[in-house]
Design a protein around this ligand. Structure first.
Ligand code: ZN
Ligand code: ZN
Length: 466
């Protein structure tokens, strides 16, 4: 490895780095569909931030390209092989609860507060300065770098779909995205939602009028509520015993001869269903002891007996473990049942490793007493770059050299721009001891982390393109 002192080179450029970063953070680049038009595909904010980024690159003497305000890039160096760096200029909505203005970057106690500070303008700028150091030192390189920034990472990735279709260049040969954490994310599970469909009509001794639980497919439903009537002997007594046995909370409200039954569990991220308590499956288990018939009975039996506490799909025989990527996970995320509807659903969100597929999962689900099974439009396939790949080896070696910490591979359930390339990973900029404030109020990046990351990016890029 080189003897250049990259930390010292970052030290010399701290003020310039912060000035450029501030100019990006001052732009509110939330997606705003109400102001979107053909020149501003995700609203004016993301475009403004993209322009500012390309303006900085232009100022520093790089050739730049704006692909119709969806995404843009600049290039450095020459060579047949291209290293792609993928970052993004859009931010999630600031939301409430801020102690400072989210678009007035503020340094307090060694932390830089602003929406986008850690996701992803801070890491983008650290990485930008990493490359700038290589350029300014005139280090010898043999490959080209294409630094690409998108404007719709936080929503549907429409920026990258458009970019690759219209940029007129082959995809980079390998690359990374500074939009996650160190030491590396070299694997991402597949992500698919499968919907179980039921009809609604039911006229048994007990009657299910509605069943509602869950806000998002990628969240564990904290609570669920059903409206029932008919023969429900000792409903309150049975509920009290049930919630006591399972350590839940529950309540019943009577309204015009019908009962509204609610059970409350605990929410969690849908990629980690075992850390939550799915209120909807418990409510279904509780209700399934009464005399429901038809689709209502099927709905409650599937939700309460087959899906209950089955975070790996074992009861459905869709469970699967890959040696490197780990186990499939299943989150029963959204429940919607209305007796008047002919299309009632349970949404099952799967994070799956390579070795299984949405079709295999669907076949298993079709053995349930359901009308049909359908798949979400968005399917992210499993992505994995082996530990032995020189890209992974190089990035981990630089991380270990600069931090003194041991590197290791990581597979996550989420999705980063790393998956845009077959040989693509996510790399930084959060450290193992960083506080994760991404997508939260009072988002910040510690200045030390910002500068530490810039030095790592400089050496990593250099090692990859020398
Ligand atoms: Zn991000
Ligand atoms: Zn984000």
């Amino acid at each position: 490895m080189t003897t250049v002192d990259f930390k010292a080179e970052v030290e010399k450029r701290k003020d310039a780095l912060l000035a450029d970063l501030f100019s990006l953070l001052e732009i509110n680049s939330e997606r705003d569909d109400s102001q979107a038009d053909s020149a501003h595909p995700f609203g004016p904010g993301p475009v403004k931030a993209l322009h500012k980024f390309l303006e900085i690159a232009d100022r520093d003497g790089y050739p730049t390209k704006n692909v119709d305000n969806y995404a843009g890039h600049f290039e450095f160096g020459e060579g047949d092989e291209v290293l792609g760096i993928f970052a993004h200029m859009d931010v999630v909505p600031a939301g409430n609860g801020w102690e400072t203005d989210p678009y007035t970057p503020t340094i307090k106690d060694g932390r830089l507060y602003a929406r986008g500070a850690s996701d992803d303008k801070g890491p983008t700028t650290a990485c930008y300065y990493g490359l700038k150091i290589i350029k300014e030192l005139g280090l010898p390189t043999s490959k080209k770098v294409r630094f690409i920034v998108g404007t719709d990472e936080e929503s549907g990735w429409g920026d990258m779909d458009y970019y690759f279709e219209h940029v007129g260049l082959a995809k980079p040969n390998f690359g990374f995205s500074p939009d996650a954490e160190f030491p590396i994310i070299n694997g991402e599970k597949g992500n698919i939602t499968e919907y179980l469909h039921f009809s609604g009509e039911n006229t048994g001794a007990a009657r299910l009028h509605s069943f509602t639980g869950g806000l998002r497919e990628n969240m564990v439903p904290e609570s669920a509520t059903a409206v029932v009537s008919g023969d429900l002997t000792d409903l309150q007594g049975k509920l009290d015993a049930f919630v006591a046995e399972h350590k839940l909370r529950g309540e019943i409200q009577e309204k015009a001869g019908q009962y509204e039954v609610t059970i409350i569990g605990k929410s969690a991220h849908g990629a980690m269903p075992a850390s939550g308590v799915n209120g909807a499956t418990y409510l279904a288990l509780f209700l399934s002891q009464f005399d429901f018939v038809g689709p209502a009975q099927d709905y409650l039996e599937v939700a309460g007996k087959i899906l209950l506490n089955d975070h790996e799909g074992k009861a459905l025989s869709v469970d699967y473990v890959d040696e490197k990527m780990g186990a499939l996970s299943m989150n029963a995320g959204v429940f919607r049942f209305d007796e008047k509807s002919s299309d009632n659903t349970i949404a099952l969100n799967f994070r799956y490793p390579k070795g299984t597929s949405p079709e295999k999962i669907k076949e298993a689900l079709e053995t349930l007493p359901v009308g049909k099974v359908t798949l979400s439009e968005h399917d992210q396939t499993p992505h994995y770059v082996p530990l032995e790949d020189p890209l992974v080896q190089t990035l981990l070696a630089v991380y270990e050299k600069q931090t003194g910490l041991k590197g290791h591979e990581q597979v996550i359930g989420g999705g980063t721009f790393g998956r845009l390339l077959e040989r693509g990973v996510a790399y930084g900029a959060m450290f193992p001891d960083s506080i994760d404030t991404m997508h939260q109020a009072n988002e910040f990046i510690a200045l030390d982390d910002l500068f530490r990351a810039a030095a790592i990016y400089a050496e990593a890029i250099y090692e990859l393109i020398k």
